[in-house]
Design a protein around this ligand. Structure first.
Ligand code: GCW
Length: 667
């Protein structure tokens, strides 16, 4: 009897475990393959992976013969590739692998394969993990770190670790991501000590066959903290020597090490300014140490101090004067917006303004301000809006994408970074749909002209389509409505969280729910929401016009004038740039107050509609993923209501105007 019960239990756990695998395969879940013969012009670990991927995933003509050719072609750039009627051709082994993933993606999504050349928009397509060495993740919502454990003594590498790192690297390679920063930008200096470097090497060894380079966040004070030096002054010869020796040591272990990411003189981190040196002095010193090995420095421009100066202006003011002073292996890493990964911000005015320095965009894949791993928010539309933003810096067509990908300014290196949303959670990202953001980041980093429609389409087909035979029924009743839900989801979040250019009104510390009221007396003002929304009896919004903080002047004409004028400023940025009277007449004739109420209400109803859409697709989704998404949407909808009710009731204290009758009463 006991035996029967225990074997039943084992079976039960086995099946639960198998079920739990459903989310683990990400977008790489081809289930059937046809025989194919693969001929490869060059044998290497990388091309061997390419061959295996074809053998396991080929869904074209059975018995087809595919050629993988490594051969120089001037039109192919970097690890780009050429799809030909015979197969894939590339200049590098990695290019061949990328071509194979593209071929398979086309087959699995049922898209026709048009021969052509596919070059990456950016040379370095990098995930930034904010993983701490104790295994926690700053702003991580998908469990603990896949790289770090909580104690120094458990740093020995297991087979399970290696398997996980390979799976992670494969997922990255399948969308063209070729780098990962393994530790938090709020770095612990210890990462540069032998005990951790050994683990970094082990990770690099697993990543290498998939073309993913490792990078580390370096703490500027490391020479003192781990090297015992008295100073970290970047111009001090002992400091210079220390970094040179450290870099040499790293490259001896990891010959293809990517370089350092540095958060300096930002939010309390040490930096060159502690020694009255500039960001350029600090970055260049490290860049010089990395130069002989081909490494780069990604130096963050996320700087602001507690001064009275508008936070949105500070990075520009600090970095623009340094334009032209950086070494060619330094890239300034700039967040998409001038404040901090808010649901909607205008692009940072540094893009296109720094013309003699390489700039790389930083976007946040982990949803710090967009509902963590509870809200379904497809971020591709936000990044697409950002990349396609017109800066006018070199006339029309000077989009952020073109200002950063080397097509407008000569840049030795080009790159883009995304703050990762990956953890030990069985589905990697905490929410099934958060996987689409990892996917979208990779696809946009590879091709910054892709549309979110195409990306959502691909991801849904790869992630949810069970077999190629599912045709119009699946397309009409699953693909279309779910894709539309994804495409609308970011705007919905903006509506129920921070519509019309409102920003930074989330709850303190954990940054999840609403918190426009949070303002403890002794708190730094620029960390409290009232600093950003400025609500009073007259109106709401941050005056950044020429009579306010004048942040508008950091934008190139015609944007400067467009944003400065309350009549021409786009609705999406209205309260970002203007302090607007509650009874101001919007372009659609509504008062500002009513419009604010409508937008909050709309956001909430959008989420309720998402719930209905999802309920209807039950027949097309396995039970496990269906229920998970359904229950997350339920929480999202309750929380959207909290946002709407909380914010409207709070702002109403200032507007003293009634909530329009057709809007659901706040509870
Ligand atoms: O978005 C803010 C986060 C911090 C983060 C910081 C940064 C890693 O709240 O947690 O620190 O930005 O980007 O450096």
């Amino acid at each position: 009897m006991i035996k029967i019960v225990s074997s039943c239990l084992i079976l039960f756990f086995l099946s639960v475990n198998l079920q739990a695998e459903n989310g683990h395969s990400l977008w790489l879940r081809s289930q059937s393959s046809s025989p194919v013969s693969v001929i490869c012009s060059k044998k290497s670990i990388v091309t061997e992976i390419a061959r295996q991927e074809l053998l396991n995933g080929w869904q074209g003509q059975p018995g087809a013969s595919i050629k993988l050719i490594v051969k120089q072609d001037k039109q192919v750039k970097g690890d780009g590739y050429k799809l030909t009627p015979e197969g894939v051709q590339a200049n590098t082994d990695l290019g061949v692998l990328y071509g194979v993933y593209d071929l398979l993606r086309h087959q699995q999504t049922g898209e026709t394969i048009n021969p052509g050349i596919f070059n990456p928009s950016y040379e370095r397509r990098v995930l930034n993990h904010w993983d701490n060495q104790d295994g926690t993740i700053e702003r991580g919502y998908a469990g603990r770190s896949i790289f770090w454990r909580n104690t120094k003594d458990s740093l020995n590498v297991t087979e399970a670790d290696k398997k996980l790192w390979r799976e992670y690297a494969r997922a990255n390679a399948s969308v063209g991501i070729n780098g990962a920063v393994l530790n938090n930008v709020n770095a612990n200096a210890d990462i540069l000590t032998d005990v951790y470097l050994k683990r970094v090497k082990a990770i690099a060894d697993e990543f290498r066959p998939y073309g993913v380079k490792v990078y580390l966040s370096a703490k500027f004070s490391a020479p003192s903290q781990v090297g015992g030096l008295k100073t970290c002054d970047p111009l001090d010869p002992t400091v210079i020597k220390w970094w040179q020796a450290k870099v040499k040591e790293i490259y001896a272990m990891i010959p293809d090490f990517g370089g350092f990411l540095v958060k300096a003189n930002s939010e309390g981190q040490p930096g060159p300014q502690d020694y009255k040196r500039t960001h350029a002095d600090g970055a260049n010193m490290m860049a010089d140490a990395l130069k002989p090995y081909g490494g780069i420095v990604m130096w963050r421009a996320f700087v602001y101090s507690a001064s009275d100066n508008d936070r949105a202006k500070q990075a520009y003011e600090e970095f623009l004067p340094l334009d032209g002073q950086f070494r060619d292996n330094v890239i300034i890493q700039v967040k998409n917006g001038p404040v901090d990964f808010q649901p909607r911000e205008p692009f940072s005015p540094l893009f296109g303004a720094m013309k003699k320095t390489s700039l790389m965009p930083e976007v946040q894949i982990t949803q710090e301000y967009l509902g963590h791993s509870i809200h379904l928010v497809f971020l591709s539309t936000m990044w697409e809006e950002f990349l396609k933003s017109e800066t006018y810096q070199e006339g029309e067509g000077s989009t952020v994408a073109r200002c950063t990908d080397g097509s407008l300014f000569p840049q030795k290196h080009t790159a883009i970074a995304g703050v990762a949303n990956v953890g030990l959670d069985v589905n990697w990202c905490g929410h099934q749909f958060a996987q689409s953001n990892w996917y979208a980041f990779g696809r946009l980093a590879w091709d910054n002209k892709l549309t979110s429609d195409q990306i959502a389409d691909e991801w849904l087909k790869l992630t949810f389509k069970r077999n190629v035979a599912e045709t119009t029924d699946w397309q009409d009743n699953f693909l279309k409505p779910v894709k539309q839900m994804m495409l609308d989801s970011r705007e919905a979040a903006v509506n129920y969280m921070m519509p019309l250019g409102l920003h930074h009104i989330m709850s303190a510390n954990e940054h999840y729910g609403p918190g426009p009221w949070w303002a403890p007396k002794r708190m730094r003002k620029d960390w409290t929401p009232p600093y950003y929304h400025q609500a009073d009896t007259v109106g709401v919004g941050f005056d950044r016009t020429h009579t306010g903080s004048d942040a508008v002047s950091q934008y190139h004409e015609p944007l400067h004038t467009l944003f400065d004028n309350i009549q021409t400023c786009p609705d999406e940025y209205l309260l970002w740039f203007h302090h607007v009277p509650w009874s101001f007449k919007m372009k659609n004739g509504c008062t500002l107050w009513n419009e604010l109420c409508y937008r909050y209400n709309k956001g909430l109803h959008q989420v309720r509609d998402f719930q209905k859409i999802w309920d209807k697709v039950q027949p097309y989704v396995d039970g496990e993923r269906f229920v998970q998404v359904q229950s997350k949407l339920r929480s999202q909808s309750r929380n959207a209501q909290l946002w709407k009710d909380g914010c409207l009731l709070y702002f109403q204290q200032f507007s003293k105007m009634p909530i329009p009758y057709e809007i659901e009463r706040p509870v």
